[in-house]
Every structure is written in structure tokens, then in C-alpha cells.
Design a binder for this molecule. Structure first.
Ligand code: NAD
Ligand code: LIP
Length: 536
């Protein structure tokens, strides 16, 4: 049997029952239809995309016209060997997700106060949720399949992980520093984690809190953007890919939240300008933007798990020029995820939400970094905009530009560590002047909620590199737009192609992801109409 790359790419003999890390993904179901063709290398499907075009008569009456667009999709079936390089690898999220993948790959169980705990991927929408495939042909019962099985996706156990950190701490000590995982688990993986040492990274002190300086002992020379930093990151990516014998690398930012970069004409407003600005060492180019540019030039997807504006206009233009995937911003892990579901429920139920007070405190290093105003401001923006689309969609409850009061507070409280507290009050108007007050106390384990999102972002991003589309009348298949808005379910402030709308409603985001994957195997969206159970 072919050797099986372990988490650091060190070749290990395959364990019995292990998946071939470079074999074809085993589909759990096949679609039998004239519009879907399975070949050795790909699944191709013809898909009719049905929407409704709305116009207005001179008297203001709306006219709804059903429309159809014919697309072809192609999904490569071969499962590649994929490396995930984390920026901020030694952080709470980076060390936790690495430990989690190692624990799952080794199928570990460990003792806890509540008994024996087995490794799992709970909190990952791809690995631990299901989607309705259809109805049983004989019984009519719903048939649900793992989200992961909708398409031939990579398995997180097979991810080869590496990355960078401004802190030189190895991943075993970083795991201790994070104070997230049970000692019994840490003991079982310490040896492997000790061998994982982050690469030196880019450190421009002005972009993260000054209180982060004491951990910055693993940095490249130079305190402002420069060509050598860009080239070093590109070399790191190439070396990692080559040394681990990878088919593809994905880079994901889980480093500290940076302050927003000013958008400056002639500096970061166009692709050429940002390349020149890096070459010229401009001080307004952030480390995260240098990483993004490096990835784009290497044709490596770059995902931003933090709220800063890494994707200044010049970076987006460069991604479009190179047709290289980018996605972001800011993992949607706890308080905001709850908000995007609750606000959708309240407003779509016709309840007029009039104020949202979101307070949280946390004691991890993220909280420490966010204790400084400029870094907090990046987070405040991403945590505040999440209700805009749901409010704007309901002109019965809200006049134009009317919206609920909304405040976001984050306080650093070292004592609680990674076990973040989220306290929310939702206040709304009911029938005939009634009032609704919803008060929530939510202990969101920051890293244990964010780590599965890192896995989902990596798996969906990698899947998108194997999906192409064309109009049925066209000759050539092509990639989706370089800005991967399909990732929005995992992100607080979804980055979308320029000029396209942002959807924050959680259910819509999940449906979009699921239905696009269904379309790739020629299946129509699940309408939930279940007419077969209503029309007798
Ligand atoms: N639930 C969550 O944990 C959650 C949710 C949404 C967003 N985020 C964001 O994810 C990021 C990571 O969160 P965390 O809890 O792991 O924080 P953390 O502070 O524990 O980890 C960040 C790591 O990044 C490193 N770092 C800082 N600047 C760097 C650079 N230029 N290059 C390489 N490494 C660098 C730090 O040394 C640290 O090890 C933060 O920006 C946070 O706001 C976290
Ligand atoms: O996703 P979410 O729980 O709303 O947001 C979280 C914030 O509440 C928290 O203060 C911060 O430390 C995390 O980085 C994360 O952004």
C-alpha cells in the first residue's frame, strides 16, 4: 500500500482501513439521470438554474418572470494530497485545529472528568452535519447523507499541516499556552506536536496590538512591507509543497487581528500599485496583505479568518488578474453565528427587532490583542454588519435606512481564558405594542468553535479548486469568481465579488453551499415543499 502522509507529511505506513490519500474519493451515492455523466476523472452535469426576474410596471406593480439559465458543471473526482499552511499556526486556533486533526487521524480516545472522549469533528458543517438527498423510493422517508459525501471532498485527516508564526514556540508548547485541550489528550500527541515548529513570519508592529511584542521572537528582518518578505513567503509555500509531495496548498490566516489598512490611491488601490508598494516597502501594506499577494502569485488559495481588510482593492484586483481564489473575512464561530440565525428567525417571523446588545469577554491572546482600540475596531465592524441584509429585506418592519440599535463590546478578562463569555440581549416589538426580551448567556469555547471552521474553510476551498462551470452553449469550462463568497456560512463578514450583495442570514448561506454542491451533480435545490406528502 502507498505510504500515508501524516500530519507533518512524515511518511507513515498506511493503517488498516485508512483511505488512500491519493485515490479517488468514494462517492456515497450516484445520480442516475441523462444530465449527469460519471467518467474516471470527473462528474459532469447539465443543470437548469431557475430564478425569478422581477420588473415594475409604470403604475408600480411588480411583474415576476420565471427565468432559466443552462449551466454545465465539472467536478474532478481524484482526491489530491493537500497541505494547509496556517498563518498564526502557534495560536490558540492553530494549535487546537492541528491537535484535533492529529487526534482524529490517529482515532484517539482520552480520559476526561466525564469519562472517555473520542476524537470527533463536531462543529464542522462539512464533517458533522447532513443534508437531505431526497426521499426513499419505497417508503417516501427522507434520506439524509453526510454533507462531506455530497461531492468527492478531501478528508481532514489527510491534511498536511504547516505554517508560520511570529512566536517560535513549537506546537506542543503552544498547545499548553493555549490552555484549550485536556492534558490527557495533549500527552498523547505531544511528541508529534513538538516536532512542529512555525516558520518565521512577517511582523509589522503597527498592525497588531503593542501587547503582542513579547511573543514576536520568530520574525523576518524588516518592519515594513518589502519584496524580500513577499519572495520569502512564496518560497516557503513552494518548499512546503515540494517537501511534502503535495498536489495543492491552501493558506489560511488565523493570526492576530490587524488594524484596518488605509486605502490609499496609488498604493493599494490597484493590482499594479500594491505590487509596486510592496516592492517599495510602503508602510501601509499589512502582513496579511503581503501573505495574500504571495498566495495569489503562487496560485494558492488564501483565506482570511480575521476581520481586518486584508483584501484591499489592489489585492482583489490581483486575485482577479491571476484567477486565484481568496476568501474571508473573520471566522463566524459563536456569538455572531447565533446572532445571524436568531435575527433571521425573529425578523422573518415578523417580529420587529429594535435593539441588539452584544457583550463578550475572553481571556485568550486574541482578547489581549483586541484590547487595543484599532484591533477591536476591525472586530467591531465584522460583528456589527451581520444583520444588515436581514433588516433591509423587510420593509414592512423597517423603513428605508431604519435598523435596530446594535452595540458590540469586547473586554479582555484573562481569568476566563479561551472560554469566551457572550452575553446578548435582543429586544423587539410584538403584536399590539407587546415587547420581547431575549437574554442569552453563551459560553463560546473560542478555539473549539473556530477550529472546525478552519477545517470547513479548507475543505470547501479545496473542493472549489476542482469544480469548473460553463454556459451550456460555451466551449470552455472555467473557475468560479476568484472571490469565494460560497464560504460565507463560516465567516462573519463574507467577502463577495465586487458589486454583488452580501448575504449574512445563516440558513441562506448554508442552503447556497448545499445547493451549489447539489447542482454540481445535476440535482435541483431541496425546496422542502414535500408536495408528495401534501397532495393526495
Ligand atoms: N472563535 C475564535 O477563536 C475566532 C473567531 C473569529 C475570528 N478569530 C480570529 O482568529 C485569529 C486567531 O485567533 P486565536 O484565538 O487563535 O488567536 P491567538 O492570538 O491565540 O493566535 C494568533 C497567532 O498569530 C500569531 N501572529 C500574529 N501576527 C502574526 C503574523 N504576522 N504572522 C504569523 N503569525 C502571527 C501570534 O503569535 C499567535 O500565535 C484572531 O484574529 C481572531 O480574531 C477567532
Ligand atoms: O464569532 P464570534 O463568537 O461572534 O466572535 C468572537 C468574538 O466574540 C470574540 O470576542 C473574539 O475573540 C473572537 O475572535 C470571535 O471573533
Amino acid at each position: 500500500m502507498a505510504p500515508h502522509a501524516d500530519i507533518t507529511g512524515i511518511q507513515n505506513p498506511m493503517q488498516d482501513g485508512d483511505r488512500p490519500s491519493n485515490g479517488r474519493g468514494e462517492e456515497q451515492f450516484i445520480v442516475t439521470a441523462p444530465n449527469v455523466v460519471y467518467s474516471e476523472d470527473a462528474i459532469t452535469s447539465s443543470y437548469v438554474y431557475r430564478t425569478t426576474s422581477v420588473s415594475k410596471t409604470p403604475t408600480g406593480q411588480l411583474v415576476a418572470k420565471p427565468t432559466e439559465t443552462h449551466f454545465d458543471f465539472k467536478v474532478e473526482r481524484k482526491i489530491p494530497k493537500v497541505g494547509l499552511m496556517l498563518v498564526g499556526w502557534g495560536g490558540n486556533n492553530g494549535s487546537t485545529v492541528t491537535a484535533g486533526i492529529l487526534a482524529n487521524r490517529k482515532k484517539l480516545s482520552w480520559a476526561t472528568r466525564e469519562g472517555v472522549q473520542k476524537a470527533n469533528y463536531y462543529g464542522s458543517v462539512i464533517m458533522s452535519s447532513t443534508v437531505k438527498l431526497g426521499n426513499d423510493a419505497l417508503t417516501g422517508d427522507e434520506v439524509n447523507v453526510p454533507f462531506h459525501k455530497l461531492l468527492p471532498m478531501i478528508h481532514p485527516d489527510d491534511l498536511v499541516i504547516g505554517g508560520w508564526d511570529i512566536s517560535s514556540m513549537n506546537l506542543a508548547d503552544a498547545m499548553d499556552r493555549a490552555q484549550v485541550l485536556e492534558p490527557t489528550l495533549k500527552t498523547m500527541i505531544r511528541k508529534e506536536m513538538e516536532n512542529m515548529k512555525p516558520l518565521k513570519s512577517i511582523y509589522y508592529p503597527d498592525f497588531i496590538a503593542s501587547n503582542q511584542g513579547d511573543r514576536a521572537d520568530n520574525v523576518l528582518d524588516g518592519s515594513a512591507a518589502c519584496q524580500s518578505h513577499l519572495e520569502k513567503i512564496r518560497t516557503d509555500i513552494r518548499d512546503f509543497k515540494q517537501s511534502k509531495d503535495l498536489d495543492r496548498v491552501i493558506v489560511l490566516w488565523t493570526a492576530n487581528t490587524e488594524r484596518y489598512a488605509d486605502i490609499i490611491a496609488g498604493v493599494n488601490d490597484t493590482a499594479d500599485n500594491i505590487l509596486a508598494a510592496i516592492q517599495g516597502g510602503h508602510s501601509e501594506i499589512s502582513p496579511s496583505s503581503v501573505f495574500a499577494v504571495a498566495c495569489i502569485l503562487e496560485g494558492v488559495p488564501f483565506i482570511n479568518g480575521s476581520p481586518q481588510n486584508t483584501f484591499v482593492p489592489g489585492v482583489i484586483s490581483l486575485a482577479e488578474r491571476h484567477n486565484s481564489y481568496i476568501g474571508g473575512d473573520d471566522f463566524k464561530s459563536g456569538q455572531t453565528k447565533m446572532k445571524s440565525a436568531l435575527v433571521d428567525f425573529l425578523i422573518s417571523a415578523g417580529i420587529k427587532l429594535t435593539s441588539i446588545a452584544s457583550y463578550n469577554h475572553l481571556g485568550n491572546n486574541d482578547g489581549k490583542n483586541l484590547a487595543e482600540q484599532k484591533q477591536f475596531r476591525s472586530k467591531e465592524i465584522s460583528k456589527s454588519n451581520v444583520v444588515d441584509d436581514m433588516v433591509a429585506a423587510n420593509h414592512i418592519l423597517y423603513a428605508k435606512d431604519e435598523h435596530p440599535d446594535h452595540t458590540v463590546v469586547i473586554k479582555y478578562m484573562p481569568a476566563v481564558g479561551d472560554h469566551k463569555r457572550a452575553l446578548d440581549e435582543y429586544y423587539g416589538e410584538l403584536f399590539l405594542g407587546g415587547r420581547q426580551i431575549i437574554s442569552i448567556f453563551n459560553v463560546c469555547e473560542d478555539s473549539l468553535l473556530a477550529s472546525p471552521l478552519i477545517i470547513d474553510l479548507a475543505l470547501v476551498t479545496e473542493m472549489m479548486t476542482r469544480i469548473t462551470w460553463k454556459h451550456s452553449t460555451d466551449e470552455k469550462f472555467k473557475n468560479f469568481h476568484p472571490v469565494l463568497s460560497i464560504l460565507s456560512f463560516m465567516l462573519k463578514a463574507p467577502l463577495t465579488p465586487p458589486g454583488t450583495p452580501v448575504v449574512n442570514a445563516l440558513a441562506k448561506q448554508r442552503n447556497a453551499l448545499c445547493n451549489i454542491f447539489r447542482a454540481c451533480v445535476g440535482l435541483q435545490p431541496e425546496s422542502d415543499m414535500t408536495l408528495e406528502h401534501k397532495l393526495f
